[in-house]
Ligand binder design. Structure first.
Ligand code: TYD
Length: 216
């Protein structure tokens, strides 16, 4: 009789919050989803969220982008903020409270980069989020050029074009590249998907093994 493989459940002493960032077409969504899948297979309690979220503010943003009806940068900033504040309260905080690993596809670094590139004061965006958002334990920024990012997403159908012009994405990328801090890591998004993933998983595993609760 074949013995069933039992995956040991791995409990953390507290939640861990990792954010994937980068311009459109940087590959962050693929890597974030893969991370959640692999961590779950390893026995961790991991969950994937994204921004803009599927909540009412996020849906409104998507709707506006699709119809290209001009939101001012200020209105855009306001909508992304409202969406985030809701995502933090409804999704992120409860999951971290349950000691889960939260993998988030875009966070306020996207607001700083995308709305910053449209002229909103980056410091103002940062200050507002310092007050309302949960600080992440790790931020991984995947860097690709605007041209590479755009080429990759061209293959996808049904794109909303509002956020994806090359000159704009160049500015967005420049802001992403300017971020630094203890918990912020920049990786080359041109690297092959597989080897990039291995790096990401290793970095996350190094941090979460420190948080492993003693098994009973
Ligand atoms: P994205 O998650 O890339 O949507 P999809 O998965 O459908 O491709 O987000 C849509 C766009 O929103 C993207 O171009 C980046 C932009 N964005 C901002 O401008 N500011 C923000 O704060 C966030 C979270 C996203």
């Amino acid at each position: 009789m074949q013995k069933e493989m039992q995956v040991k459940h791995r409990e953390l002493k507290k939640g861990f919050f990792v954010v994937l960032e980068g311009i459109d077409g940087s590959g962050k969504t693929t890597q974030a989803k893969r991370l959640v899948k692999r961590l779950t297979e390893k026995g961790f309690n991991a969950v994937f969220f994204k921004e803009p979220s599927a909540g009412p503010w996020g849906r409104r943003l998507k709707e506006k982008a699709r119809h290209q009806d001009g939101l001012t940068p200020e209105q855009e900033f306001e909508l992304f903020q409202k969406d985030r504040e809701e995502n933090v309260e409804l999704n992120i905080k409860p999951a971290l409270k349950k000691k889960m690993i939260v993998v988030l596809d875009r966070y306020y670094f996207s607001t700083m980069a995308y709305q910053g590139a449209k002229g909103i004061d980056i410091k103002e965006i940062k200050d507002r989020n310092d007050k309302t958002a949960v600080p992440p334990d790790m931020v991984i920024i995947l860097d690709v050029s605007a041209g590479t990012g755009l080429n990759r997403i061209k293959e996808r159908k049904k794109r909303d074009r509002l956020f994806e012009r090359e000159d704009y994405l160049r500015k967005v990328r420049k802001i992403f590249k300017s971020f630094s801090g203890e918990n912020i890591v920049h990786l080359d998004g041109r690297e092959r998907r597989e080897s990039l993933y291995i790096k990401i998983e290793k970095m996350v595993m190094d941090r979460i093994t420190e948080l492993l609760a003693p098994s009973v």
